[in-house]
Design a protein around this ligand. Sequence first.
Ligand code: AMP
Ligand code: MG
Length: 418
Amino acid sequence: MKRDKSPSELLEVKKAQETIFSNFSQLNSVEVPLIDSQNFVLSKDIVAPFHLPEKDNSAMDGFAVKHKDIADKKVTELKVIGRVGAENKSETYLNNGQAIRIMTGGEIPKGADCVVPFENTNSGPIRGFEYPNKVIINIPVNLGDNIRKAGLDYKKGSLVLKAGSLLTPPSLGVIASFGISNVPVIRKPIISVISTGNEVVMPGYDRKPGQIYDSNSFTISSAIKEAGGEVNLLNIVGDTKEDIESAILSCRNSDLIISIGGVSKGDFDLIKDVLLEKGEINFWGINMKPGKPLAFGSLNLEGYNVFQIGLPGNPVSAYVCFELFVRPIILKMLGANNIMRKKIKAKLTKDIVNNDGKRMYIRVKISEESNEFIAEIYNNQNSNILSSLVFADGLAICPEDCKVIKSGEELEVILLRG
Ligand code: AMP
Ligand code: MG
């Protein structure tokens, strides 16, 4: 890896991230119905209100017995004195020489210390509430066999889920197991998305010659949802001061406004004029590729203070900037324990040449070969190439000061999925 120490006037990615992240914090807590809570972040610890399972219970359909009655004997005949279903509380006490018919999930009767499955007896599975008078145990089991002990999964008072955990399908299941139907979560941030540009048209509408369809609104909106935010998607705004102004004003109730486009040299001044009138905005040239131009600041919109991030209009730049600067703050507002994507080290399949001293985010696809990660580099890394995003599941980071990285060398890769 060849390194070059030439300084740059552009802002470092890390500095821009620190500045942006430091302005956001966890939002307030709300209660949502458990069934709607997937992908929210839990705002309070959940502590087990009782043991799970609550009582010692049977793992099999069969007969609850005393182990000493069946141990070391080839065949044992026991008197059957009752039945326990999965729904029943066991009231009967088991004495010597006795058995109780038991169903999977049924509470182990007092006095019993193992369960013999039907298959080990002369009795077939019996439907309904019937039970035989006697049962012959043909094959014994060990002490404690087929008993699921109380509290084996969760002990009463133990921590089930920590505040800050993302609610996944299994966590919804475990919360439900404790009878909890509403959960305290951090409310989702409302993120307004405004695509700008006279040339940009919503899919579904007719285009004039030279116009292109809006892809950014869709990539960025779904990336917001994936990160756990709620999207307020506005209509496309033309490149006029009035249109941009009224669009921004209508977003005053949001937790964040994302504008897309209008921050590169051509129309830079237009969005700058509007934003500077409304608050304090930094227009940064970030030392990265793709995604050099970025705007960040806070606006005062008729008494509401709202943060704004201006993403570049080129689709790859917009997405990469979203990943680096916006996704982490959505997770921060959601109170997540970890706001950054996972990184791995992976071997490159081609040389990378970094001529202009920028931090490069290279679209790669990751695979695993003989316990090593391989990063396959997409053949076109330009900032307008949507197919590179469809291809990639990772962004390989080529540091600013690396001029050449040879095929076979390792780079850090940000994983975009999972
Ligand atoms: P801008 O940052 O507005 O100068 O846009 C840079 C490039 O990205 C131009 O080629 C635009 O046409 C393109 N672009 C801007 N907005 C979008 C969008 N919403 N969807 C697709 N391409 C866009
Ligand atoms: Mg534009």
